[in-house]
Ligand binder design. Structure first.
Ligand code: NAD
Length: 256
């Protein structure tokens, strides 16, 4: 049976991940929190919360990490040293951090996804196909999240923008524009605007806009319960254990 360690087990996602690991019939083999966390030593879903990385990873097949960028990069390097596979849902990881994850993925299999819901994987697929089919349409992405979210725009919004860019043959790094203010001039054709709205307790909403003359398409995904992300991550954990080293995405897990 797959033995799973959850990092950040007391967080919004971490608590659900611990529950879903057990609900899926996998073994919750460890719960890893940051040093100094007030709940160290307590038990969560049957696992003791610890800050001892080596002890938590010992005997684990896979770890799941929905924490914060610096913590995620450091843990991937430690897991690579121990040969433990990983599932990473943390967002807001910059280019240097992504490069560090690539280095870890040379030694272990890592599933990295800004969004673990099946619905968002389908949204990206539809957005890519629509952008390809409508070459003259302007492309934009708008996302809404709860007021505690730290990174903006969301990793999922950037993934939707990348899907639109793929459909158009654009490089997402140069095409994506994450803000407009002031005298910005007319909208360049090869630009994909991405905008973040923050407030309340919104779990996550993403809309891809494709806007042409006299008509407009909006493709929207609305998450109402973050448990869908935990279920998807646990599914990825069961899938990734025993895979060859490398970086994988949610599409690999779902076979899309
Ligand atoms: P949160 O702040 O509620 O939880 C983060 C947890 O990580 C906390 O318990 C914190 O103590 C812990 N942590 C911090 N540093 C740590 C370390 N060094 N070792 C172990 N634990 C550490 O945040 P959240 O809402 O649960 O979100 C966490 C991350 O997951 C964010 O980046 C968020 O954007 C992302 N997220 C991704 C998806 C997805 O599907 N990929 C879905 C929802 C959230």
């Amino acid at each position: 049976m797959t033995r799973v360690v959850v990092a950040g087990p007391t967080g919004r996602m971490g608590q659900l991940l611990c529950e879903e690991v057990r609900a899926a019939g996998l073994v919750l083999a460890g719960a890893l929190e940051r040093p100094g966390h007030p709940r160290l030593g307590e038990t969560i879903a049957g696992a003791k919360i610890t800050d001892d990385v080596d002890a938590a990873l010992a005997g684990a097949d896979v770890y799941i990490d929905f924490t914060a960028p610096e913590a995620t990069i450091a843990l991937a390097a430690r897991a690579a040293g121990k040969g433990v596979a990983g599932v990473i849902g943390t967002t807001g990881i910059d280019a240097a951090g992504q490069a560090a994850l690539e280095t870890s993925a040379r030694k272990i299999p890592l599933v990295v996804a800004a969004n673990f819901s099946l619905g968002v994987a389908i949204l990206c697929d539809l957005a890519e196909r629509a952008a390809r089919a409508l070459p003259g349409f302007d492309l934009e992405v708008v996302e809404l999240h709860h007021k505690l979210k730290r990174d903006a725009p969301s990793g999922t919004a950037l993934a939707v923008a990348s899907a639109l860019a793929r459909g158009r043959g654009l490089d997402p790094k140069t095409a994506t524009r994450a803000a407009r203010a002031g005298d910005v001039g007319a909208r360049p054709e090869a630009e994909i605007g991405v905008f973040a709205v923050r407030g309340g307790d919104v779990v996550g909403e993403h809309t891809a806009y494709l806007m042409g003359p006299a008509e407009r398409i909006e493709i929207t995904h609305r998450a109402t319960d973050r448990r869908i992300f935990a279920k998807g991550a646990v599914r990825a954990a069961a899938w990734v254990a025993g895979k060859a080293p490398g970086r994988y995405g949610i599409r690999d897990v779902l076979g899309l």
